[in-house]
Design a protein around this ligand. Structure first.
Ligand SMILES: Cc1cc2nc3c(=O)[nH]c(=O)nc-3n(C[C@H](O)[C@H](O)[C@H](O)COP(=O)(O)OP(=O)(O)OC[C@H]3O[C@@H](n4cnc5c(N)ncnc54)[C@H](O)[C@@H]3O)c2cc1C
Length: 421
């Protein structure tokens, strides 16, 4: 069985590793960029995804690079703590939660894949330009995006579009869908070298959806030096009728632009304007997603990760859901009797599950508690329990974990997704 993967991001790399682990060896990855660039800033690997990466033998690599997040805390725009909860092992999961540089996560997946699959089967500079079916095979054509030169045609039993939010595969399957949907929120992202804050392994969110910062440390190496590489995302909702900022993960801008809405976010536990000013580079990106699709089941063609279900970065789930997709697809390709049956089973398992996360994220997911406090106590509070009860706070946190598939009891007790042909 030959599988062609279009897109060498986190989803594509994890799929290739999962297929190899499941005993499916005839795999090729085609990545549009001219090299596997370790780009991006911070990203989270939640315990349900860590479980899968552990089963792929990558736990030590994650520990060597990432910060095992121990706590998540939400604050109002006045810096008043609303809710905090233990995370990862501290929360009773059998697997840690990691905060990591996206580029380093991609790098460790890539290195593992080079060892297990071999570099010649990871084709960079190969942009999927067209594909189709012929008999019981699928074909895919690739070009060099810079020169326009053709790399020719590859045939396979299955083509998986892991080609991100601007997926060529998705656009061909759903030609009338149009561009991703912007919700009016601009995100500025960066990393700043600083000193450890709070527990040293705490992730914080401050403000409310329209004016929010998310901050967490991401580097084990700096932690060992007594410092912190602090990832931050500053999000500000502007008028929805303004033009959408350019959708390019590498688009750089000035720190002053990012910190303007956050000048008052100076607290004893974090000076947000200073953090933003301290970044080497500031990247701007619009917060976008797409509507859930009616099917990903196109027989010998399917979608995975952001190509299948781009979601708002609420609840830190984008990369984790791509990892789970990869593991489930590999598993079904072993368990089912045909590629068609495997794609149907994958679609049935993952599409409704990820659609629920996309929709929950539109309703601000677990961060609802910040919205409630902003709405009920915009000038601050003296007694939090008069604003929002402990039960309500717990219910918000629990409900999102159930929706996104990382309720601790369910995750710890469910069967492994690992299978072997
Ligand atoms: C450069 C970059 C930086 C990012 N930085 C962050 C970040 O800092 N924080 C964050 O939360 N998320 C970031 N993301 C998004 C995040 O990686 C995804 O939301 C998540 O990990 C799901 O991964 P994915 O593999 O589905 O998609 P992606 O990680 O987007 O990977 C898709 C891959 O497909 C390739 N590709 C696209 N079109 C084609 C084609 N036609 N043929 C072949 N290959 C193609 C892309 O070059 C890319 O490598 C970034 C994505 C990219 C591409």
């Amino acid at each position: 069985m030959k599988i062609v993967i279009a897109g060498g991001g986190i989803g594509g790399m994890t799929l290739a590793l999962s297929l190899l682990d499941a005993g499916i060896a005839d795999v090729e990855v085609f990545e549009s960029s001219s090299s596997i660039k370790e780009l991006g800033v911070g990203i989270n690997v939640l315990p349900h995804a860590t479980r899968e990466l552990t089963e792929l033998g990558l736990l030590d690599d994650l520990y060597a690079t990432a910060i095992p997040t121990g706590e998540l805390a939400y604050y109002s725009k006045h810096g008043q703590r609303i809710w905090s909860e233990p995370r990862g092992l501290a929360a009773g999961y059998n697997w840690p939660q990691f905060s990591i540089h996206r580029g380093e996560l991609l790098g460790l997946l890539h290195r593992a894949l080079e060892k297990r699959l071999g570099a010649p089967r990871i084709h960079t500079g190969h942009h999927l330009s067209s594909f189709g079916e012929q008999g019981d095979r699928v074909w895919a054509e690739f070009t060099d995006r810079h020169t326009g030169a053709s790399h020719g045609r590859v045939e396979a039993d299955l083509l998986v579009g892991c080609d991100g939010v601007h997926s060529v595969v998705r656009r061909a399957l759903y030609p009338n869908e149009g561009p991703p949907k912007w919700n009016g929120v601009t995100m500025w992202r960066g990393v700043t070298v600083g000193t450890p804050f709070l527990s040293g392994r705490t992730m914080i969110m401050v403000g409310y959806f329209a004016r929010r910062v998310v901050i967490y440390p991401i580097s084990r190496r700096l932690e060992e030096q007594g410092k912190a590489l602090i990832n931050w995302v500053a999000e500000h909702k502007t008028a929805e009728d303004q033009p959408m900022p350019v959708q390019d993960w590498e688009h750089r801008t000035e720190p002053e632009e990012a910190l303007e809405p956050f000048r008052s976010y100076v607290f004893d536990f974090m000076d947000v304007p200073a953090l933003i000013r301290g970044a080497d580079a500031v990247y701007r990106y619009p917060m976008v997603d797409r509507d859930p699709l009616p099917t990903w089941d196109f027989g010998r063609i399917t979608l995975l990760g952001d190509a299948a279900h781009p979601m708002y970065p609420v609840g830190s789930n984008g990369a984790s859901q791509a990892v789970i997709d990869a593991r489930v697809l590999a598993r079904e390709l072993v368990l089912q009797l045909s590629v068609g049956a495997a794609v149907a089973a994958y679609d049935a398992a993952r599409r409704p599950a990820t659609a629920a996360v996309v929709l929950a994220n539109r309703k601000v997911g677990p961060e609802q508690c910040m919205e409630i406090v902003e709405e009920r106590a915009p000038d601050g509070f003296t007694d939090l329990s008069a604003i929002i009860g402990q039960d309500e706070l717990e219910a918000i946190s629990r409900s999102y974990k159930q929706t996104a598939g990382f309720d601790p009891a369910v995750l710890n007790n469910r069967a492994s997704l690992s299978v072997r042909r």
